[in-house]
Design a protein around this ligand. Structure first.
Ligand SMILES: Cc1cc2nc3c(=O)[nH]c(=O)nc-3n(C[C@H](O)[C@H](O)[C@H](O)COP(=O)(O)OP(=O)(O)OC[C@H]3O[C@@H](n4cnc5c(N)ncnc54)[C@H](O)[C@@H]3O)c2cc1C
Length: 432
């Protein structure tokens, strides 16, 4: 198995725009060119705003092109837990926001004609133990009561692989190739007239009262307003709210191609992409190239400045061990390669957007489930920065100027959660 730096989904962009040198002015500067930043810049350009987009690497380089490719209305925190902690109206608003984000991302694929193998497959939060199955039933109830399209599925009719007992099927969303999507969104962003500067990290952002000044390695951008869409890297900029994002390194493995008949033989007739109900999820999906991509389990925290890196060997090995346990019928299938990316965890585990200062807005819609949500929030923030009233879906995650509690996410806590998951697996092996 090869441990790679880049994503396994697609080649990096062929033509790279030059870095910024010298001083420029614009109306709005967007910092961070992932799905969130590109979507925001695109919307601003469509609205006739003179917009500059600064990206430290290449547009889409971060989590946007590296993720597992689920377009999901999930929110990082567990639905049952959210149902206990949040008022009904707040939960309903959050799931409406998340479902609208799915539709937004689907529309973006169609609007920009992005060829990224999108399959509207309905994702299953799948159970590998009787305890998880009961949990899935409760989750489906909470989500349905919150107005979200989710249903409980069980037994062979669910079309899941042997060993997966059923789960909660989300009624919207599906899977795509995020690398191809990122390339398509990059092309659309540049074509829309956004002045994009790649290999141009913002070093410092200052709100001067009458505008914003952004220092880069070899230049300066002066703007009326700025938008931070820097995800896990946010703490690298001192203007970002303290404790906004805890960086967590997350890894994926891709197998060699597998004959479709073998997936039928193990019972995966629905080909539904799955996410397990462990404390730290396992995800398994089939790709259009006939491979299986699986990931997460062991995750690791990091500190800004975040390095580009490969997955750790022991983490990739643990993922493969998990794959072997879940798919005994595919025992001979070889893992080909592994890659990973940085996700940004908010201290509440909920997506957030707000104001870092009078002229600087930020978003952190990630938490490992933000592929669609980051884009949608970027779009809504672009309208907000242009003077539009707070959209209901932006209001659902709006944090304003409030501070963030320090995060409970830490290396030891994540390791303890992984240990607890393995203990629950052992228990399930005895009782299933
Ligand atoms: C392995 C993995 C699997 C995942 N699976 C899923 C999934 O299946 N479904 C899902 O919904 N979500 C998933 N996620 C999460 C999802 O990918 C993210 O929520 C989403 O892509 C975040 O988009 P973004 O634009 O906010 O951030 P990013 O895509 O991370 O973009 C941030 C960009 O900002 C740039 N940047 C940072 N600092 C600076 C600076 N100072 N100056 C200039 N540029 C800067 C970075 O280089 C980066 O390109 C996964 C993430 C990972 C890593």
């Amino acid at each position: 198995m090869q441990l790679i730096h880049e994503t396994g989904w697609a080649e990096p962009p062929a033509a790279i725009d030059p870095p910024l040198t010298g001083d420029i002015d614009c109306d709005v500067v967007v910092i961070g060119g992932g799905g969130g930043g590109m979507s925001a810049a695109l919307r601003l350009a469509e609205n006739g705003v003179d917009v500059v987009l600064l990206e430290a690497q290449t547009l889409g380089w971060g989590a946007t092109s590296r993720n597992a490719g689920y377009i999901t209305n999930s929110i990082a925190a567990d639905p049952e837990l959210l149902g206990k902690l949040l008022k009904h109206d707040r939960l309903r608003d959050l799931y409406r926001y998340a479902e609208n984000a799915v539709h937004f991302a689907e529309d973006a694929i169609a609007r920009h004609g992005i060829d990224c193998g999108y399959q509207r497959a309905g994702i299953v939060m799948a159970a590998v133990s009787k305890g998880q199955l009961r949990h899935a039933r409760r989750n489906a109830k909470v989500m349905a009561e919150a107005g979200s399209s989710a249903e409980f599925v069980e037994g062979p009719a669910a079309g899941l692989p042997e060993g997966f007992l059923g789960g909660m099927r989300e009624g919207v969303g599906g899977t795509l190739n995020p690398g191809e999507f990122a390339l398509g969104l990059r092309a659309a962003t540049i074509a829309a007239g956004v002045r994009a500067y790649e290999h141009t990290p913002a070093r410092d952002v200052t709100d001067t009262g009458d505008g914003v000044t952004v220092e880069t390695t070899d230049g300066t951008v002066r703007a009326r307003k700025a938008l931070l869409t820097t995800n896990a890297h946010s703490a690298g900029l001192s203007i970002a709210p303290k404790n906004l994002a805890t960086p967590v390194w997350t890894s994926l493995v891709e197998t060699e191609p597998i004959a479709p008949e073998r997936l039928d033989e193990i019972g995966w007739t629905s080909r539904a992409p799955m996410v397990t109900l462990h404390m730290i999820i396992e995800s398994y999906r089939v790709t259009p190239r006939g491979t299986i991509v699986f990931g997460t389990r062991r995750v690791q925290t990091g500190r800004n400045p975040l390095p580009g890196r490969t997955p750790a060997q022991n983490v990739a090995d643990d993922l493969v061990r998990g794959f072997r346990e879940r798919f005994p019928g595919l025992h001979d299938v070889k893992p080909q390669r592994a890659w990973g990316g940085w996700i940004g965890m908010s201290s509440t585990w909920l997506p957030v957007a707000g104001e870092a200062s009078d002229n600087v807005l930020y978003s952190l819609a990630c938490n490992g489930h933000g592929f669609a949500q980051a884009q949608y929030v970027g779009h809504l923030l672009a309208d907000r920065i242009g003077g539009a009233p707070l959209h209901d879906d932006l209001a659902a995650i709006w944090h304003g100027r409030k501070r963030f509690w320090p995060s409970l996410v830490s290396g030891p806590a994540l390791y303890a959660a992984w240990l607890a998951d393995r203990a629950s697996d052992r228990l399930a092996a005895l009782t299933n």
